[in-house]
Design a protein around this ligand. Structure first.
Ligand code: HEM
Length: 453
């Protein structure tokens, strides 16, 4: 097996809080500053240790965690939910048992609380997706095209008189925030507050320790205090929209007859669906846009290529996400039986950390894995959104947002280059993204008017 080379090593790999690993024993994917060298680590792991045992860090006392980095292993896990049930199922079973036994429930978020009734098993999970989220953020997401275009254009208008922008603050962060607020039916004026609650939701994925993203007790307490405010805010909107529905997702959820359970949704259940949309829909797409912008700066010929042939934008979006997976890894599955991965026996009951970011540059799956290749065969087979029956339900709207954003940015901006002052340091946690991205964009043009409308 040939070792992949870092053919277009970007500047974000030069600065580091942690030393760059040179051999597999140096690798620690979860240490402080590890984000700066994840891709060097993946090359070492693929070559020498594609399955790593994480002693004592399973889901239950006395069990271990296992880090999987190979495409074939992760694909096998996510496509077989019977042999590799989601960790959340265990949590739901524990909640159901505690309720039956009349025990006091631990503090849980609205999403988990709603899952107990709404989607506790595979069949109901499927119905939940097909009936409740697909029409809004899955295959039905195209209904939001005009709204997303309007959000993207308004953001560009705001920085039209500047030649240097912080791409994150000016575009990549607010775009998914505006899209989610409009889709759910929250006023755009509430975005700063919604963003604060969104930060609380993802706190474990940013500040949590180890592969299980564990927050300290004090951090968890602060998180739940914030999330309580969010729950009340959503509840207020649910009550109002139930009484007087508008054209938005929350209104629709309050009215829909959920066929799988042959009834309407309760307020708590609507709250849970909204929670899932916010936790899944903000930072993920933000980082996808931000990393794609870096790739455009790293490949100076790409801008004009995409401008000349916008049909390539779709492939660019997929390749950019494959190369820089926003969700690098999640510890979401438990193996029911003993399993063998790459010759390593993983005992039943272990917690599997699925390293999507590594699978997406696995040299046994991808030729020249670190190269951007817009003509790659079947390039959507990447595991950026996972795969199988639990694949990310919001992939449709995220892809749409990214495709429309790049089409409009390419139309309205003359170009995109790094401006001076970038540190390229990544945010901590399990997502791949920088905290700021200063870009030179030149002179912005007006939105293109569609004369057919
Ligand atoms: C580039 C953007 C995104 C990436 C990389 C991403 C990635 C992922 C991944 C890897 C999973 C885990 C799937 C599994 O367990 O097999 C997931 C789950 C999920 N995503 Fe996304 N996602 C993105 C955007 C979105 C958006 C826009 C939404 C909402 C509108 C969303 C909502 C969710 C939800 C609710 C789940 C949990 C599903 C469950 O209950 O199992 N995601 N996502």
């Amino acid at each position: 097996m040939t070792k992949p080379t870092l053919s277009h090593q970007g500047p974000n790999h030069e600065l580091s809080a942690m030393g760059c690993p040179h051999q597999v024993s140096d690798v620690d994917l979860f240490g402080h500053g590890a984000q700066e060298h994840w891709y060097e680590s993946y090359a070492l792991l693929h070559q020498d240790q594609p399955v790593v045992r994480i002693p004592g860090e399973g889901a239950n006392p006395g069990t271990d965690g296992y880090l999987l980095t190979k495409y074939e292993d992760i694909e096998r896990v996510v496509k077989d939910p019977e042999r590799f049930p989601p960790r959340l199922h265990q949590a739901i079973e524990q909640l159901q048992a505690a309720e039956t036994e009349g025990k006091r429930l631990p503090p849980i978020n609205a999403m988990l609380a709603s899952m107990v009734t709404l989607r506790p098993n595979h069949a109901l999970y499927r119905s939940h997706r097909q009936e409740l989220t697909d029409p809004w953020v899955g295959p039905g997401a195209s209904r939001h095209t005009a709204m997303i275009e309007d959000c993207a254009n308004r953001l560009i208008d705001r920085f039209a008189d500047r030649t240097v922008i912080d791409f994150i603050q000016d575009f990549a962060r607010p775009l998914p925030q505006m899209v989610m607020a409009n889709m759910l039916g929250f006023p755009e004026d509430d975005i700063p507050q919604l963003a604060e609650w969104g930060n609380a939701q993802v706190a474990a994925f940013v500040y949590g320790k180890g592969h299980r993203n564990i927050l300290s007790e004090a951090e968890t307490e602060a998180q739940f205090a914030k999330l309580d405010e969010f729950k009340h805010y959503v509840s207020r909107h649910v009550t109002e929209k139930r009484a007087s529905p508008q054209d938005d997702m929350i209104s629709w959820l309050t009215q829909v007859h959920y066929q799988a359970l042959d009834r309407k949704l309760t307020d708590l259940e609507v709250n849970g669906v909204v929670y899932a949309m916010i936790i899944g829909g903000l930072e993920t797409t933000q980082y996808a846009l931000e990393e794609a912008a870096q790739l455009l700066c790293d490949h100076p010929d790409l801008w004009s290529k995409l401008k000349q042939d916008p049909s390539l934008i779709r492939n660019f979006v997929e390749e950019a996400m494959r190369l820089r997976s926003p969700t690098q890894g999640l510890s979401t599955r438990i193996n029911r039986d003993d399993e063998v991965f790459q010759g390593v026996t993983v005992p039943a009951g272990s917690l599997l950390h699925l390293r999507f970011g590594a699978a997406n540059v696995d040299p046994e799956e991808w030729e020249n894995p670190l190269e951007m290749n817009l003509n790659r065969r079947a390039l959507t087979r990447h595991l950026v959104f996972s795969a199988g029956p639990r694949v990310c339900p919001g992939a449709g709207i995220s892809r749409l947002e990214q495709n429309l954003a790049w089409r409009i940015l390419l139309e309205r901006l003359p170009g995109m280059q790094y401006a001076p002052g970038n540190t390229f340091l990544h945010q901590p946690g399990i997502m791949l993204g920088t905290l700021e991205l200063l870009l030179n964009i030149g002179e912005t043009s007006s939105p293109q008017v569609d004369l057919n409308n």
